[in-house]
Ligand binder design. Structure first.
Ligand SMILES: Nc1ncnc2c1ncn2[C@@H]1O[C@H](COP(=O)(O)OP(=O)(O)O)[C@@H](O)[C@H]1O
Ligand SMILES: [Mg+2]
Length: 248
């Protein structure tokens, strides 16, 4: 479904992505882990076609996302959902209107059909009671749920999650991970989660890939990554301060 081949990206002469190869199968959900500033968000944005690679290829079902334009690109993008770190909602709109927004803007569905879809997805994310609330009346966890609902209302085939639990307390963060797990089982999308929720995320993904200084250091089933003998992987997965990597 997604194939990344020899990907490179520099900013102001500094190479951030240094030759990444990664494939994600249809319906698979993977965790992308790694230290801050190692290129996780840049990789995700390139996979979603929001940022152009300098070199290399990203193929989505055989279509090269950096090469296609216009309607073909819009169509491909419409098959994807992206939960950004901020999870921004429109402050002046209720939860219902926020989630309905993409459908009202981009489809010709009737209002009754839109409402039906919105209510269904709000129920899926546990926000049925909050449809009439404004973002300022919601907790951090509810805002994330609403932002998730707005992406899922399209029924995307691919979902990108960039640090979906950052800024939430551990219990709410855990509930968001569980929700992503449930939604993945229900909707069957292909998913990529960038997260620092180690080891929790290991329980909900098929595979873990670790990005280190712009390359994929390891990629494999959670157990394999957890038991890796590589000193850098070991140190990161266990969150130890002693080891080959120094954090200033
Ligand atoms: N649009 C940009 N312009 C310049 N530098 C960028 C841009 N986006 C990311 N970077 C740099 O690329 C590196 C990797 O960033 P990022 O992918 O956001 O890291 P993370 O793994 O924490 O998500 C960082 O050094 C960051 O400053
Ligand atoms: Mg990031």
């Amino acid at each position: 479904m997604i194939k990344v081949e020899d990907l490179h990206k520099s900013f102001d002469g500094v190479e951030v992505i240094k030759g990444i190869n990664l494939s994600v199968d249809k319906g698979e959900i993977i965790a992308l882990i790694g230290g801050s500033g190692h290129g996780k968000s840049v990789l995700l944005k390139q996979m979603a076609g929001l940022l152009k690679p300098d070199r290399g290829h990203i193929l989505i079902d055989g279509l090269e996302i950096g090469r296609i334009k216009g309607r073909a690109l819009s169509h491909l993008r419409s098959r994807m959902g992206f939960l950004f770190q901020g999870g921004a909602l429109f402050d002046s709109m209720t939860v219902l209107d926020n989630v309905a927004f993409p459908l009202r803007e981009k489809t010709r569905l009737k209002e009754a059909e839109i409402k039906e879809k919105v209510f269904h997805v709000l129920e899926m994310v546990g926000l049925s009671e909050a449809e009439g609330k404004f973002p300022s009346q919601l907790s951090g966890g509810m805002i994330k749920r609403a932002a998730l609902a707005r992406e899922l209302v399209w029924n995307p085939e691919i979902m990108f999650f960039d640090e979906p639990t950052t800024g939430l307390d551990p219990i709410i963060g855990h509930s968001i991970l569980k929700l992503i797990d449930n939604l993945h089982r229900t909707y069957g999308f292909t998913g990529i989660i960038v997260t620092h929720e180690i080891p929790r995320v290991f329980d909900i993904v098929d595979r873990v890939a670790m990005l280190y200084e712009g390359v994929i250091l390891i990629s494999g089933p959670p157990e394999e990554v957890r038991n890796s003998e590589d000193p850098i992987v070991r140190q990161f997965v266990r969150g130890e301060t002693e080891g080959p990597v120094t954090y200033g």
